[in-house]
Design a protein around this ligand. Sequence first.
Ligand SMILES: [Zn+2]
Length: 212
Amino acid sequence: MTESTQEKQVYYYPNNMGRIILLSLEEVIGRNGINAILNLANLHHLINNIPPNTYDLGFRFNDLGRIHQALDTMYGPRAGRGLALRAGRACFKHGLREFGSILGVSDLAFRLLPMKMKITVGIEAFADLFNNYSDQVVWVEEKSDMIYWHSERCPACWGRTTDSPCCHLSVGLLQESLFWVSGGKNFMIEEVNCIAQGDSSCTINVTRQPLD
Ligand SMILES: [Zn+2]
């Protein structure tokens, strides 16, 4: 989908996901930082006014794309990327509190699964969460040594044009979710395709074998 097509479409995350993203970002860059970002992104309606904790679809993909863009503009692409990754990781921690029971990851049955199975079940549940509760469209492709997370409608880069993959928030979210599911292991997680650079989906590669 081209940028001009994206501008005409309005897609949403539920308010509670938008709330988690803004709270997580605030955790990383502070209250002044987030106010400056929202100001730069021209999202004045969100300043000191984060979305309520409801499932109503009220947080626009376009707003998230602009927030992501503002991070790069304000801090530079390198630092912006690091901050977005950290915010993504924080999103998982907040998200677990909010969506843990929907995901089923707090059930005893889940906790008793072997790690490999936990990763498969966990990542599928994660994709279902976005597909069922938001306008994001994700599918998970499973290979013996890799998992591919394909976001065909992606809020993280919505409306953006970049020359390299830029959905760092999503990468951070997946990093932390696998860290949690594996009981503290790190995995190679890398975005290889991105709609913002003209690809048909945002694809994040997850190596099944932990790094440590
Ligand atoms: Zn994307």
